[in-house]
Design a protein around this ligand. Structure first.
Ligand SMILES: [Zn+2]
Length: 567
C-alpha cells in the first residue's frame, strides 16, 4: 500500500466554476484519487479555494459585500457544487485560513534568510480617488500605438501590443473611472529567481515521472530565463508581510501577492485537514518527518504548468528546507465551447450548478472523462454530449444491466441462479474480460483517462456480445441449465462493471452493484475468475432506469438556454 498525495489546481474564488475547469483538473484528480483508493492505497486528495488578489476584492465590491463575507459565501458555494459532483477531496480548504498565513510568512522568512529576497522600489499607478495603487490591468486609457480608447495597462486588446500602464494616454482607473491618478513610488519584496535558476533546472532534470508536455513547458521557461518577481502587492486583503513576527516596517499596508501564497495552500489545506480530523500533516510534506515514501501528483490546466514547475518550486527549493515536491504532473488542454473558450468572466458555457440542474453528475463525469481535453483541446457540443450519453451510457451499459437483471427477475425468481457449468463461451469471455481489466488498469495507472474510458466501454461491449451469443432467453426454452449459466455470468458482469465504473461514475456504480446485491466497489484484479463471485441465490432487483436518453427536444432547449449554436 502506497501513500499518495493528490492536489488539483485551486479554483479561484470569483464564482462557481464551469465544466472546462472541472474537466481540466478537479474531475481527473478525483477519478484518479478514487481509482487509487479502490486499489487499497492511502490517498490524500487536497483542494481549496484561492481567495486573495484584486479580482476577489473587486468581485466582492461588485456584489456589495466586504471581501471576507464574499469569500465565505463563495467558498461554500464551490464546496457544495464539488460535493454534488462527487468530488471526493479529503479536504477542501481556503487559502485565506490561518495555516496558509503562517506557512506563507514562513516561506518568505526562509527565502530571505537564504538571501533570496530583496526590497525594491517600483513606480506604480496610484488612484487618489480610490485611495489605492492599481494593478496594471485596472488602469485603462488610449493605446499609444493604435489609439484604441479602452486599452488596458498590461495590454491593448485591439492591437495586441504589451503595454506598461505609464504608456497609456489619458489613463483612468477602471475601478472608479477616475482620472485623478499619478505615478508613485512603492516598496516591494522581490524573490530573486535568477539566483536559484540553476537549482530549479537541476531539480527539473531529475524528474523522470513528468509528462513530456510538463517537462517541455518547464524547460521553455527556464531557457527563456527567469526574472526576479515581486511577491507583495499594495492591497488590504491578503496575507500580511511580517518581519520577526510584526508588520514589516514600510509594508504595513501590503500583503503577499496571490500567486505567492496560493500554491502554499496545498500545504496549508493539508494542515487544515489534519487539525480538523486529528491527523498529522508534516509526514505528508516534510521529507525529514516521514514524507519520503509519499508519491505526490498534481493535476492542472496547461496554463498552470510553468507556475507549478518553476514558480512554486522556486519558493519551496529556495527555502532550503526538506519539503516534498511534485513527483508527477498531469496537465490538461482546453475544453472549447462553440468556437471559443469556456469563460468565467464572460459567463460563457455551462457552469457546475447549472449542469446538475440538467442531469445527474455521472452523465457529465463520463462525458468529460471519456471525451475530455486530454491530449489536445476538445470541443464541447450538446450534440456530442447527447450522442455519448445515449450510446455509451443508455444503449451499452444501462441496457446491458437492465436486460439481464430483469430477465433474472422474471425467469429465475429474482436471484443469482444455480445450476449448469460454464462452457467454452464463458472460458473465452473470462479471458477477454481479464485482458480488458488489465488494459483499463494500465491506462488508469498511466493517467490516460480517455484511453481508460475506452477500455471500460470495450468491456461493456464484451458483455453485450456475450449476451447476444449466449442468448439465455432463447436457451431458457430448451435448456434451463444453459440459460442459468448465461444469466449467472451476466449478473457477475454487472457486478464487475460496477467496480470498473466506480472511479468515473461513483453514483451509478453503487446503483449498478446494488441491482445484483453487491457492495464491493474495489478495483478488480485482472484475472479470469471474476465471473462467478456472486453467491448463488443472492437477491437481484433492477434499479429504476440507470441512464435516460437525451431527447432532441432537450438539446434544442439547452442550446437555446445556453446560447451554444449562435456563439
Ligand atoms: Zn493598441
Amino acid at each position: 500500500m502506497a501513500r499518495i498525495l493528490i492536489t488539483s489546481a485551486l479554483p479561484y474564488i470569483n464564482g462557481i466554476k464551469h465544466l472546462g475547469n472541472l474537466a481540466g483538473s478537479m474531475l481527473p484528480a478525483d477519478v484518479w484519487a478514487r481509482f487509487k483508493r479502490s486499489q487499497g492505497h492511502e490517498v490524500l486528495y487536497i483542494c481549496a479555494t484561492d481567495e486573495h488578489g484584486t479580482p476577489a476584492e473587486l468581485a466582492a465590491a461588485a456584489a456589495g459585500q466586504d471581501v471576507r463575507t464574499y469569500c465565505d459565501e463563495q467558498h461554500q458555494i464551490q464546496k457544495a457544487a464539488g460535493e454534488a459532483f462527487g468530488l471526493s477531496y479529503d479536504h477542501f480548504g481556503r487559502s485565506s485560513n490561518p495555516p496558509n498565513h503562517r506557512l506563507t510568512q514562513h516561506f518568505a522568512e526562509a527565502l530571505e534568510a537564504n538571501g533570496l529576497i530583496e526590497e525594491r522600489v517600483d513606480r506604480m499607478i496610484y488612484s487618489v480617488d480610490d485611495a489605492r495603487f492599481l494593478p496594471d490591468r485596472y488602469v485603462e486609457g488610449t493605446c499609444p500605438h493604435c489609439a484604441y480608447p479602452k486599452a488596458r495597462g498590461d495590454q491593448c486588446d485591439n492591437c495586441g501590443r504589451l503595454l506598461d500602464p505609464t504608456d497609456l494616454i489619458n489613463p483612468y482607473s477602471s475601478v472608479s473611472g477616475s482620472r485623478n491618478i499619478e505615478v508613485r513610488d512603492t516598496r516591494h519584496l522581490y524573490l530573486l529567481q535568477t539566483k536559484i535558476e540553476p537549482q530549479i533546472r537541476a531539480w527539473v532534470d531529475g524528474k523522470t515521472g513528468w509528462q513530456p508536455l510538463a517537462k517541455s513547458i518547464a524547460y521553455k521557461h527556464l531557457d527563456e530565463g527567469l526574472i526576479d518577481r515581486g511577491i507583495t502587492r499594495d492591497l488590504a486583503w491578503g496575507i500580511p508581510v511580517l518581519k520577526d513576527g510584526f508588520p514589516r516596517p514600510g509594508m504595513e499596508d501590503k500583503v503577499f501577492y496571490v500567486w505567492f501564497d496560493a500554491p502554499v495552500e496545498y500545504i496549508g489545506a493539508t494542515q487544515e485537514w489534519a487539525e480538523k480530523h486529528g491527523k498529522t500533516w508534516r509526514d505528508w510534506w516534510r521529507l525529514d518527518e516521514g514524507a519520503e515514501d509519499v508519491r505526490y501528483v498534481q493535476f492542472m490546466g496547461k496554463d498552470n504548468v510553468a507556475f507549478h514547475t518553476v514558480s512554486f518550486p522556486a519558493t519551496i527549493i529556495g527555502s532550503g528546507e526538506p519539503w516534498k515536491t511534485v513527483d508527477q504532473l498531469k496537465a490538461f488542454n482546453w475544453l472549447n465551447w462553440y468556437g471559443g473558450k469556456f469563460s468565467t468572466s464572460q459567463k460563457r458555457g455551462v457552469f457546475m450548478d447549472q449542469a446538475l440542474e440538467l442531469l445527474p453528475a455521472d452523465y457529465w463525469r463520463w462525458h468529460l472523462t471519456a471525451y475530455g481535453p486530454e491530449g489536445s483541446d476538445a470541443a464541447f457540443t450538446w450534440e456530442q454530449f447527447q450522442s455519448t450519453t445515449n450510446k455509451d451510457l443508455a444503449d451499452v451499459l444501462g441496457n446491458f444491466v437492465n436486460r439481464i437483471v430483469k430477465f433474472a427477475e422474471s425467469k429465475f425468481d429474482g436471484v443469482v441462479p444455480d445450476g449448469g457449468a460454464p462452457g467454452p463461451m464463458e472460458a473465452k469471455l473470462a479471458e477477454d474480460v481479464a485482458a480488458g481489466i488489465a488494459e483499463a488498469t494500465a491506462q488508469f495507472e498511466a493517467m490516460e483517462f480517455r484511453k481508460a474510458a475506452l477500455a471500460l466501454r470495450a468491456a461493456w461491449v464484451l458483455g453485450n456480445e456475450y449476451l447476444q451469443e449466449a442468448a439465455p432467453w432463447t436457451a431458457f426454452k430448451t435448456d434451463v441449465e444453459r440459460s442459468a449459466v448465461g444469466v449467472r455470468t451476466g449478473l457477475n458482469l454487472v457486478a464487475l462493471f460496477a467496480r470498473l465504473a466506480a472511479p468515473v461514475m461513483p453514483f451509478s456504480a453503487e446503483k449498478i452493484a446494488a441491482s445484483v446485491g453487491a457492495t464491493d466497489l474495489s478495483w478488480p484484479e485482472a484475472c479470469a475468475d471474476v465471473l462467478d463471485v456472486l453467491p448463488r441465490g443472492q437477491k437481484v432487483a433492477a434499479a429504476e432506469v440507470l441512464f435516460r436518453k437525451i431527447e432532441d427536444v432537450r438539446v434544442a432547449e439547452w442550446t437555446e438556454r445556453f446560447g451554444g449554436a449562435e456563439a
